[in-house]
Design a protein around this ligand. Sequence first.
Ligand SMILES: [Zn+2]
Length: 122
Amino acid sequence: MVIANLLKAYGFGRLQELVGLKREIEGAGFTLEDVDTYVEAKRKALAMRQKISGLRQRRCPECGKIMMLMPVNTGPGDQTGDESKSVWMCNGCLSAEYSDVPVKEILQDLAKKLLEKTRDEK
Ligand SMILES: [Zn+2]
């Protein structure tokens, strides 16, 4: 195969960028395989971050819409009149489940379960 056929789909600027990047990588003593490993690790970390931010949401048992986990009793605007520290609030039917466990602890617990589940799946 002629190299021109392989590269014809890529713009000249992009190819120049590739050559420059390859020079920079190899000049620093790394290989394209190192870049591949780095990108894969980054992709996994991003996927995990997305999963963890998804832990703040779940389906409402009443209406099936999204419930969000939010802190309460943190300031004048979110007083509940009790000792609650967090609430699962439905965006659809406004049903609410209050808890005296802070959001941070709930998320840490959910993240721990998620990590255990991910480990078991491997
Ligand atoms: Zn609902």
